[in-house]
Ligand binder design. Structure first.
Ligand code: ADP
Length: 489
């Protein structure tokens, strides 16, 4: 082992988290960030940097290095050199390193949560209580598998793939980094990861943490930049696996560009989930589920419940309760722990959502927003409903990725299954009913990778996540998530 520090594991406090991140005073953000290659921060070849902003205030936070092809090559070479020794290390030793990353992440959870909220716009309550703890839990979970791969895949002779190129989006920056890095390392791969250009900071903080953890140099490389940098990773000839989470358009592009190579690929793309409420559902609970399904993280969630199907007999009461509940939602300063809906991640995304408002109105749907006020500065959108929508509307078929819910009613189970499935996406769905038999019936017929019953947006490192159709392929999380990083005979 190349680490000088002895790894001490303290399992008694492993699940305690006390981020209490409301103030930003104790968070250190540098003015400028370089690329994390081979265990150290290095200047980009181009010497170019781009600014990153706080979407709630429009103020500049820091400058981020832009990696070009030469930097990508350097990172891939570092990952390749590290691959030999790392993959030969025993699973038990690899596991210790991954546990150490998890523990350090817990210790610094407060700082991660504040930075995630400052740069991403999400309410501090969510980054503190959901994103950061879940990210740490992914490292804990996969650390536990590192020495049990033979047991997980008996008679399959599990072997790591090599160097993984990982490209992640801006909606759950640290969590997506954890989803990608933790299973890759547990399986003995090395990594070149690129965060999205509007949310690089927690990935760079993770780079600092990884450096401090004593992980051997080159095992994880974190480079920053936009689409061009991502494409350079995808096209690098010495990458063995690409794991991408992002838009369906870029996913398709990546699939095309690696066709004919022997690179392995997993894609986690867009979604337009049906959240289905039957007349026998516990209504107040379902309304909470609808709210959480679409307004969590400003609706910047690929598995968001962005289509509501409510059974005709209870439609009036559900919609009235939904509107009443929306009035209680606080939109504004993401750093305020009472905020329910924070800032839209970027101006570009704000404009895209506003464009869908025009599209929906022109299509003839009824537009409804809560009466709350929103800050004058920063990118904010009030919680929004489109009522009286139909299956052919673009606002029903396309992913808006904002706090915007399209509502339809239905009469029969057959009708709602057909409508829920009649869409290019197939990532997730929700079913609200008192009847277990109905849940089983729907879980077998809904073409969605995840189906939640009487809940929504629940995530856990042990359960696989991924989609069908234009939502992508391959699964992350659980045992399935391991197999995506292994060569199995
Ligand atoms: P969104 O439209 O929601 O921003 P994208 O799919 O554009 O989603 O972005 C997801 C991630 O993919 C980001 O890290 C982005 O920089 C990266 N990316 C964008 N274009 C490309 C590309 N052509 N090849 C590889 N990665 C890309």
């Amino acid at each position: 082992m190349s680490t000088k520090k002895e790894i001490k594991l303290d399992f008694n406090s492993a699940w305690e988290l006390d981020p209490a991140p409301e103030d930003t005073k104790h968070v250190s953000i540098k003015k400028q960030y370089d690329l994390f290659i081979n265990g150290e921060f290095v200047k980009p070849n181009s010497k170019k940097y781009f600014a990153t902003y706080n979407p709630a205030t429009e103020e500049k936070i820091s400058e981020i290095a832009e990696a070009d092809e030469k930097d990508v090559d350097k990172a891939v070479k570092a990952a390749r050199a590290a691959f030999g020794p790392w993959s030969k290390l025993s699973g038990k030793e690899r596991g210790k390193y991954i546990y150490r990353i998890a523990r350090l992440m817990q210790e610094r959870a407060r700082e991660f949560a504040v930075i995630e909220t400052m740069e991403g716009g999400k309410p501090i309550r969510e980054s503190r209580d959901i994103d950061i703890p879940l990210a740490a839990n992914h490292f804990f979970y996969y650390a536990g598998w590192a020495d049990k791969l033979e047991y997980a895949f008996p008679n399959k002779n599990p072997k790591p793939l090599g160097v993984a190129g990982q490209i992640i989006p801006w909606n759950f920056p640290l969590l997506m980094a954890a989803w990608k890095i933790a299973p890759a390392l547990a399986c003995g791969n090395t990594v070149v990861l690129k965060p999205a250009e509007t949310t690089s900071l927690t990935a760079l903080k993770l780079a600092e943490l990884i450096r401090d953890s004593g992980l051997p140099k080159g095992v994880v490389n974190i480079i920053t930049g936009a689409g061009k940098t991502g494409a350079a990773i995808v096209n690098h000839p010495d990458i063995n696996k690409i794991a991408f989470t992002g838009s369906t358009d870029i996913g398709k592009l990546i699939q095309k560009s690696i066709a004919g190579t022997d690179k392995k690929l997993t894609l986690e793309l867009g979604g337009k989930a049906a959240n289905i409420i039957f007349e026998d559902a516990p209504i107040d609970q379902a309304v909470e589920g609808i709210i959480n399904g679409i307004f969590f993280n400003q609706g910047h969630v690929c598995c968001a419940g962005s289509r509501l199907f409510v059974q005709e007999s209870i439609a009036d009461i559900v919609i009235q309760k939904l509107k009443d509940r929306m009035e209680t939602l606080k939109v504004g300063d993401p750093m305020d722990k009472n905020t329910d809906i924070g800032a839209i991640n970027s101006k570009e995304q704000l404009l895209k959502i506003q464009e869908y408002f025009k599209i929906g109105k022109n299509e003839g749907a009824d537009f409804y927003q809560s009466s709350c006020s929103i800050p004058k500065k920063g990118y904010f959108i009030k919680p929004t409903l489109f009522l009286n929508t139909s299956q052919s509307h673009r606002i029903v078929q396309e992913e808006i990725f904002g706090p915007v819910l399209a509502i339809q009613t239905f009469r029969t189970i057959e009708e709602v299954i057909e409508k829920a499935n009649n869409i290019p996406y197939g990532l997730s769905a929700g079913v609200w009913t008192d009847k277990g038999s109905k849940i089983f019936n729907l879980t077998t017929k809904l073409r969605a990778g995840i189906v939640w019953a009487n809940t929504f947006n629940k995530f856990d490192p042990t359960s696989p996540f991924g989609g069908y159709k234009e939502s992508g392929f391959g699964r992350e999380g659980g045992l399935h998530g391991l197999s995506a990083y292994l060569d199995l005979k």
